[in-house]
Every structure is written in structure tokens, then in C-alpha cells.
Design a protein around this ligand. Structure first.
Ligand code: SAM
Length: 211
């Protein structure tokens, strides 16, 4: 299988095309590796050192300034890709800032939210963006969105601004127990020695002290 770290450069243009997105915004565009491949009528990019990108509207400025000064007049955005500073705090700030300008049923995608190893959480790599994505996922049933993280390094989290909900899914007996609890899904777990090395183990264990 292809373990391409930059799979977002392939997947995001495909998603944009498949969903028929007409307004795409990317926060943190670097050398336009992704926005340059996206095909949609209106592309907007923001970076503190934005490079020119043919056919796209590019803003060379801090993201928070863009949100405060420009986003309102360009909104609503149907698809937003957040790929700037990967600390949980910054991702949260960018996400909360742009959220009011996202169209109903629109999608916000966060990058680097599923690091493979602890060393991948270095601030220069994925940082701790995964913490923000994990928090979103934990709280998602409380209000107006749903999210999921693709379980593949370095990770993409898709957050749908969901305003329409169908009738709640119910099991035949009316109880919201899982199929596994009902004995309907016998899931073969991985062997114990592999489970011990799972990513969740390092995520949930106490932080290691620096020597
Ligand atoms: C990981 S790169 C973006 C990669 C690109 N999106 C891609 O698809 O490959 C992160 C970019 O975010 C920009 N950036 C980080 N923090 C920023 C901020 N607060 N305001 C504007 N740009 C920022 C950096 O200049 C850098 O170019």
C-alpha cells in the first residue's frame, strides 16, 4: 500500500471535486502544494508568506487578521482546509475563528491530526493538533457538527457543519447498545502484544519527562 505522507494533496482535490464545491478556502498554503491542485470556481488561500497561485485569490497575511478583516466579505465557504500552525491551541483558534463563515453543511478539514508515533508530535511536524481533533470528536453529539479522523498518518479530520439530521438510528429493541454488546459483532482483536504498542497507549499514558 502507498504510505505517501502527502496524501492530503491527492485526497482534498478529489473531495472538492466529488462534492461539487464552489468555494474553497485554505489557511496555510505554503508553496500551494494543495490549493494549486484543487479545481473549483473560487479558491482562496491565506499564508503569512503566500506564493502566487494562478486563478486563486491569495492573501499574504496572518490567519487571524484574515478572519477579522477579510473573511466576512468573502464568505460563506463550502470547504475550508486548515493547515497552518499545528499546535492544538492554534488549530482551535483558526477553527473557531473561521467556523461562523462556513456554509451550512460545509466541510472543514484539519491536517496532521493522526500522528503515527510520539516523535511525529514534534511541533515542527504534526504538533499536538490531534488533541483538538480528539476533543471535537468527543463532543460532537452536543451541538451542530460531526467529525471523523481518517486513521492514517499524518491524519485528516473532516468536520461537517451539520444542520440537518435524519431520524435517530435505533436498534430493533429500542436500546442504544452496540452490536458488539449485543453479541452480534464478533470482532477479532489484534494480538495483545500489538495492542500494547498501539498509538492510543502513548496518547493516554502520562507524559514522559525530559532527561
Ligand atoms: C504545513 S505548511 C502548509 C502546507 C500546505 N497547506 C500543503 O498542502 O502542503 C504551513 C503553512 O502555514 C503558514 N502559517 C503558519 N501559521 C500561520 C499564521 N498564523 N498565519 C498565516 N500563515 C501561517 C506557514 O507560513 C506555512 O507556509
Amino acid at each position: 500500500m502507498n504510505r505517501l505522507q502527502s496524501f492530503h494533496e491527492v485526497l482534498i482535490p478529489l473531495l472538492v471535486e466529488a462534492m461539487g464545491v464552489t468555494t474553497y478556502l485554505e489557511l496555510g498554503t505554503d508553496q500551494n502544494q494543495t490549493i494549486g491542485k484543487v479545481r473549483c470556481p473560487r479558491r482562496i488561500g491565506v499564508d503569512k508568506a503566500a506564493a502566487l497561485c494562478e486563478g486563486a485569490i491569495m492573501f499574504s497575511m496572518p490567519i487571524q487578521a484574515f478572519i477579522g478583516e477579510k473573511a466576512g466579505s468573502l464568505a460563506p465557504f463550502q470547504f475550508v482546509f486548515i493547515d497552518a500552525d499545528h499546535s492544538a491551541e492554534s488549530v482551535g483558534q483558526d477553527f473557531r475563528g473561521i467556523w461562523p463563515f462556513v456554509e451550512d453543511e460545509g466541510l472543514v478539514v484539519l491536517h496532521d491530526t493522526n500522528p503515527e508515533t510520539e516523535s511525529d508530535t514534534d511541533p515542527g511536524l504534526c504538533g499536538d493538533a490531534w488533541k483538538f481533533a480528539h476533543d471535537l470528536w468527543l463532543r460532537q453529539h452536543h451541538d451542530c457538527y460531526e467529525s471523523l479522523t481518517l486513521p492514517y498518518h499524518p491524519g485528516l479530520t473532516l468536520v461537517r457543519k451539520r444542520v440537518s439530521w435524519g431520524p435517530p438510528a435505533k436498534f430493533a429493541d429500542g436500546k442504544h447498545t452496540s452490536l458488539t454488546e449485543q453479541g452480534l459483532l464478533a470482532f477479532p482483536c489484534c494480538p495483545p502484544q500489538r495492542r500494547q504498542r498501539s498509538r492510543l497507549a502513548w496518547r493516554t499514558s502520562a507524559p514522559r519527562r525530559a532527561k
